[in-house]
Design a protein around this ligand. Structure first.
Ligand code: N01
Length: 857
């Protein structure tokens, strides 16, 4: 920590904003012995609850949850009067907090920050305000909130209107009396939906201009639920801890059952229960897949639409009010009270802007493509430049004068939604790339404030004066955030989550959708790993444990979590027979893969008895090219149909006849039995190709894991012994060498399904140690690879076998073989074949089938 003379203008920390985040930050920093000031544009505390004073403004997370939890005494002293408190009550609460902890003395009100720039030489932030203040601080924190920058009105003619115009997010403090007035409201998001019924109560006429109909559930507001209060009071700590480790910052458990796995009567019962309960989360968490499965989402949309049809008397108005244009939940669900019923009043009118768009606001009212309407007042409920707007509204300059606005020109780039590379000692609270708006903000704010304060204490303790995210850590976090979002239906909506509500704003999913619990774990893990991905600099030097905090792709992570929850014994702790049974049981849960024209089981002669095969026939006339496929399973597990979904995929997508042949397994038949069988199968298929419906001149081999080992070996033996011509080899995460010394065996030894010890178990069952150098066991050890068929070698980043697969690709290339070498980032040994289950490997599968098509052209 710098030890500067304080002249009242230098602080350890300058924060911008005195809303829920800024207040708690001040409290925490003061407790930790840091000097801090918060600069606030408004003339009082409250943030969003200071500005959004429109009629009907309330929270949409129950107040018992949407409260600070850092001080049990505070919790006892404050009682909420309603389940969803009104804006005035929430504002009173924040004022109470400011007073209780004497925070106002550290806040400069009516002060807007214009510019903040990092002075590299002095190692501090220089802040300029609209009052002409020049303040410096070692650390600079934006606690500006996610929904604080109003979206500019983008309706033509706004300046022409002769009457008053109101914005829900900058509502006059003295309130507005609409009695006897003809009022237009533009916008039907949460603000519109909350305010319209109350404006309608006063106004003589209300006309609602709706561009996109929203989904809204009833708030069913009332007194705080007794059972909710009891639940909290029974064990406050446990309750709050449950919230911190929940998906959305509210301690409710989510179902793990997909929508269509639940029988229809039970589905409806759950939907009705969620509807009656009246909150944002219950319906969504009643099923596991509503934000990823479009068909399931559609069914629940229908449920919402039917509710609107029940409430609204005029069928055309009802239809117009039904959300239709985007998946449910992909914009924030609204909670409503009497919103739909308002349209049953003769004084309310709905204008569907899709049918009759606004041409212009005029001196007297609004012209649409269909009519001219006159109004006494217009209300804009048109929302915010969310998440990034308030941050880039300040001219923030990092190292070498780089402007944050420019760095974020194509979408925000942050590490953890907390910090930005190039901007040392700069933090954002609930910034883009953190759960923020997808969570209970109170919980997410507390987590960030506590994380930042702990980081500053750590730096002070270790003698560091600055901290900055590395470029690599930031880049990987941005990828992780996008990967997660792309698994869901969210990117389909033109929402403020996507920045799509603001013309010209880049279309990027802004918050982190992995959940409050997973995110908290990430942040904790970063700290545990000595601030992984942060460079820490002090007078005595710098320290940086650079790296990627979540290299694994999110859907693979979900799969790993699911498997961990099943608590199955490791395969290598079982007998081979028991391991086979466990693998069969897991395989039964997989999606089946695409339809193919026909599946035929057959038998072919092997060197030591019959071998069965399964043939997948494509829907094409004539003789099809042939792919001979060898399944994975470490030479111990599996059978002709054990990789069925992937074989179906290859057949359907490449129009090849895929023949998955079985081979003898270890330990019953050890090396080289599997090789002998594989060679025999290839010879027999080549000789009987026409009988099978395939083209004997057009054969490729493919395999996964130990099956890829056999495919590689078969290619070598076919070349050496005048075997059938093989036009290409697709080797997926192949075993190529019985050697455990490569780094991937250390880096990925555990945690990614195929472990080092399982691989040792496979090898021990399959092959004597003395035989492991035989190229028929370790094809990488072949004397020459020259002349082998073209290959595609696919390896997975988080696989113990990664490096030997890469080594084989390199060796093939060095021998002059044509090689496509694909290294799948964030994937594990088993995820590349997971058809219809792991979306993040879809593209890898597409490239694999393209390679086969190329071989067999
Ligand atoms: O803003 P919004 P909001 N012409 O962006 C329409 C939180 N919040 O202030 O959807 C015509 O959701 C726009 O139409 P479209 C909460 O997180 C919470 O209502 O872009 N219409 C949309 O209907 C919420 O999600 C509470 O086609 C135009 C509306 O204006 C977030 O704040 C209460 C238009 C804007 O909806 C934002 O809510 C209030 C144009 N040119 C807010 N431009 C609680 O309950 C925009 N629209 C806690």
């Amino acid at each position: 920590m710098t030890n500067r003379e304080s002249d009242g203008q230098h602080f350890d920390v300058i924060a911008v904003g005195a809303g829920m985040a800024g207040l708690y930050l001040l409290k925490k920093l003061r407790d930790a012995g840091f000097s801090a000031v918060a600069l606030e544009t408004a003339d009082d505390v409250g943030g969003t609850w200071y500005w959004n004073r429109y009629p009907g403004a309330r929270c949409d997370i129950e107040s018992l949850d949407y409260s600070y939890s850092f001080d049990p005494e505070l919790e006892k002293e404050w009682q909420w009067s309603e389940r969803y408190a009104t804006q005035p009550e929430i504002l009173r609460y924040l004022q109470f907090v400011a007073n209780r902890y004497d925070l106002r003395r550290d806040i400069r009100f009516s002060t807007r920050v214009d510019r903040a720039s990092w002075d590299e030489d002095a190692g501090l932030w220089r802040i300029t305000t609209d009052n002409g203040d020049r303040i410096t601080a070692q650390f600079y924190v934006m606690a500006t909130g996610c929904l604080s920058m109003p979206k500019e009105p983008d309706v033509p003619g706004v300046d022409r209107f002769g009457g008053p115009i109101y914005f829900t997010n900058r509502w006059p403090h003295e309130g507005v009396d609409f009695s006897g007035k003809r009022v237009a409201v533009i916008g039907t998001g949460s603000s519109g939906i909350q305010s319209i019924p109350l404006i309608a109560e006063q106004a003589s006429q209300i006309t609602v201009f709706q561009r996109t109909a929203n989904y809204a559930a009833p708030a069913n507001n009332g007194p705080v639920r007794r059972e909710h209060r009891e639940q909290l009071e029974e064990d406050r700590n446990a309750y709050r801890e449950g919230a911190r480790w929940s998906r959305a910052g509210v301690p409710i458990s989510g179902s793990t059952e997909p929508f269509f796995s639940v029988e229809p009567g039970e589905r409806m019962r759950r939907l009705e229960a969620g509807w009656t309960r009246g909150d944002l989360l219950t319906i969504n968490s009643s099923f596991a897949d509503l934000v990823v499965n479009a068909a399931a989402n559609f069914e629940v949309q229908e449920f919402f639409r039917d509710k609107v049809r029940e409430k609204v008397l005029d069928p055309l108005t009802a239809e117009d009010l039904c959300g239709k244009d985007f998946p449910l939940f992909s914009k924030r669900l609204c909670l409503e009270t009497n919103y739909f019923e308002t349209f049953n009043s003769p004084k309310a009118k709905l204008v569907n802007l899709h049918r009759t768009p606004i041409k212009s606001i005029t001196e007297a009212g609004i012209d649409t493509s269909a009519e001219s309407m006159e109004f006494d007042a217009i209300v804009f409920a048109t929302g915010f430049d969310a998440m990034t707007g308030a941050i880039v509204a300040v001219d923030i300059r990092g190292r070498d004068g780089i402007e944050l606005k420019n760095v974020w020109a194509e979408g925000p780039k942050t590490y953890l939604g907390l910090s930005v590379h190039g901007f040392p000692n700069f933090f954002t609270i609930t910034g883009p790339g953190s759960p923020s708006v997808l969570s209970n903000m109170a919980v997410s704010i507390e987590q960030h404030v506590e994380w930042i304060t702990a980081a500053l204490e750590h730096l002070r303790g270790e003698g560091f004066h600055s901290i900055e995210a590395t470029s690599a850590a930031q880049e990987s976090w941005v990828t992780h955030v996008n990967d997660y979002a792309n698994l869901t239906l969210y990117p389909q909506a033109n929402s403020w989550y996507m920045g799509a509500n603001v013309p010209g704003k880049p279309r990027v999913f802004l918050p982190y959708i992995g959940g409050v619990d997973r995110y908290r774990q990430v942040c904790d893990d970063v700290v545990k790993r000595d601030y992984l991905g942060f460079e820490q600099v002090g007078n005595a030097g710098s320290r940086c444990n650079d790296g990627v905090i979540r290299p694994v792709k999110p859907d693979v992570q979900l799969l790993l979590e699911l498997l961990a929850s099943l608590d199955q014994p490791p395969l290598d702790s079982l007998t081979p027979e028991a391991a086979r049974q466990q693998m069969e049981a897991s395989a039964a849960q997989r999606p089946p893969g695409p339809e193919v024209d026909e599946i035929i089981d057959g038998i072919l002669p092997g060197p030591a008895g019959e071998l069965d095969y399964r043939l997948y026939k494509p829907a094409i006339p004539g003789l099809a090219p042939i792919v001979i496929y060898f399944h994975g399973g470490g030479w111990v597990l599996g059978h002709a149909s054990s990789d069925e979904p992937f074989c179906r995929y290859l057949c359907a997508e490449s129009n090849a006849l895929v023949i998955s042949v079985n081979y003898r397994h270890a330990p019953e038949a050890r090396f080289p039995a599997a090789v002998d069988d594989a060679v025999a199968a290839v010879n027999w298929i080549a000789a009987n190709a026409e009988f099978l419906g395939g083209d004997s001149h057009n054969i490729a081999v493919a395999g996964w894991s130990a099956g890829a080992n056999l495919a590689a070996v078969v290619c070598q033996l076919a070349l050496a012994h005048d075997g059938p011509a093989i036009k290409g080899q697709l080797l997926i995460t192949p075993v190529t060498d019985g050697d455990f010394t490569r780094p991937s065996y250390r880096d990925n030894a555990e945690g990614y399904i195929l472990t080092r010890s399982l691989m040792e178990w496979f090898w021990d069952h399959y092959c004597d140690v003395d035989d492991r150098h035989d190229p028929r066991a370790s094809p990488l050890r072949a004397q020459s690879l020259t002349g082998l068929p073209p290959a595609m070698v696919v390896t997975a980043e988080l696989d113990p076998l990664r490096d030997e697969g890469n080594a084989y690709a390199d060796a093939l290339k060095a021998a002059g073989v044509q090689v496509q070498h694909l290294q799948a980032a964030g994937q594990i040994h088993t995820s590349l074949l997971a058809v219809d289950a792991i979306m993040t490997s879809d593209n890898t599968r597409r490239l694999m089938k393209d390679a086969l098509i190329g071989f067999l052209r």
